[in-house]
Design a protein around this ligand. Structure first.
Ligand SMILES: Cc1ncc(C[n+]2csc(CCOP(=O)(O)OP(=O)(O)O)c2C)c(N)n1
Ligand SMILES: [Mg+2]
Length: 361
């Protein structure tokens, strides 16, 4: 008997796909049960997000947004997974995952305020089950295990989903969170959006593992690798994972193979220094919007008119949201401190006094 098993394990992790690059169904039996209206809604959300990304990049260049991590290319990965959720499910996002928060109920102007670092951008509406986007890579994975365990203990019919990147999957927190969630059979779904880079470090230099999905094996949980440019595959995989989690069958790790077309963030990253244009062209051919548009058109469910309608709506709503963000009173130190602490410790109380006096001048 050979003691080598890695190859056998790795062979199990094939990429799950439903729509190929031409928008043709290649996996009929996995086709999710979605109405025509739901299919169109998925497309509307992806188009909306693409326009939002273009506008946000322009607004950032005009100095009207602060921190911004471009999301074009990752729409299917973000929105397909989100579409499988219930309104009451919890989302623990990373900094790029703002569309999922928006479609979960976060007002757009607050997303813009968050981008500006304004405290009002983190004071989320009551009943919106999301955490503030995590900047510390991987930290949300451990927190997800905790939130999911809490949901289980409270006997809620809800899951906690979290998003991180390939870089996140190279962090210690990633293993700890998955391991803990597995041990406690917590209803968690871990989505790793493998966009091939952690800033400039390619995924091949981050790990010897052939897939990120296989990292689930060591935690004793399900793992699946999905074509992250195929919105139907991402949706179906997440729906499955959610069902299993609620049936008490434990957490799932979902690796979505995707790509960010833009820079890592708008703060000075230059992707031409670590990516070739050939690679970018290859990924552009896999585009999630093109593929899904072709699929919908073949079913007569999408037209130029519908595309224009959602494009105009997005532009209009973004304009209104940025106006509303501009109207927010300037951030104060006391506002920030009051948001941080329900009961301020003594040193913070001193600072509150000091800044209350300063701000009233
Ligand atoms: C603990 C920690 N280390 C380093 C950083 C700096 N940092 C910010 S983003 C990033 C790369 C993350 O890459 P990935 O998880 O693949 O997400 P992506 O940006 O590609 O969506 C790094 C290293 C950080 N924010 N937190
Ligand atoms: Mg990445």
């Amino acid at each position: 008997m050979s003691t080598k098993t890695l190859e056998q394990v790795e062979e199990q992790f094939e990429t799950f796909q439903i729509l190929n690059e031409e928008g043709e169904i290649v996996n009929e039996s996995a086709m999710p049960d979605l109405s025509d209206e739901q299919l169109q809604e998925l497309m509307r959300r992806m188009v909306y997000t693409r326009i939002w990304d273009q506008r946000a990049i322009a607004l950032n260049r005009q100095g009207r947004l602060g921190f911004y991590a471009p999301m074009a290319g990752q729409e299917a990965s973000m929105l397909g997974s989100h579409f499988a959720l219930d309104k009451e499910d919890w989302i623990l996002p990373g900094y790029r995952d703002i569309p999922q928060l928006f479609f979960h109920g976060l007002p757009l102007y607050q997303a813009f305020l968050w981008s500006r670092g304004h405290v009002a951008g983190s004071e989320f509406p009551e009943g919106l089950n999301v955490a503030v986007p995590q900047i510390i890579i991987g930290a949300q994975i451990v927190q997800t295990a905790g939130v999911a365990l809490g949901l289980k203990r409270k006997k809620k019919d809800n899951i906690c989903i979290t998003y991180t990147g390939d870089g996140g999957a190279s962090q210690g927190d990633f293993y700890e969170g998955m391991n803990f969630a597995g041990a406690y059979n917590a209803p968690a779904v871990f989505v790793v959006q493998n966009n091939r880079f952690a800033i400039s470090v390619p995924v091949e230099k981050q790990s010897a593992a052939k897939t990120i999905a296989q990292k689930a094996v060591a935690a004793g949980i399900e793992g699946v690798q999905v074509d992250g440019m195929d919105v139907l595959a991402v949706y179906a995989a997440t729906l499955d994972a959610r069902k299993r989690a609620l049936a008490g069958e434990g957490p799932t790790l979902i690796e979505t193979l995707t790509y960010r077309y833009g820079a890592h963030t708008m703060a000075g990253d230059d992707p031409t220094r670590y990516r070739t244009s050939d690679e970018e062209d290859e990924w552009a051919k896999k585009d999630p919007l093109i593929r899904f548009r072709k699929f919908l058109e073949s079913k007569k469910l999408w037209s130029e008119e519908q595309e224009n309608e959602v494009t105009e709506k997005a532009k209009e709503e973004i304009k209104e949201a940025i106006k509303k963000a501009d109207q927010e009173p300037k951030m104060t130190v006391t506002g920030m401190l009051n948001n941080m602490f329900e009961e301020a410790p003594v040193n913070i109380r001193e600072q509150l006094e000091e800044f209350t006096a300063k701000e009233s001048k």
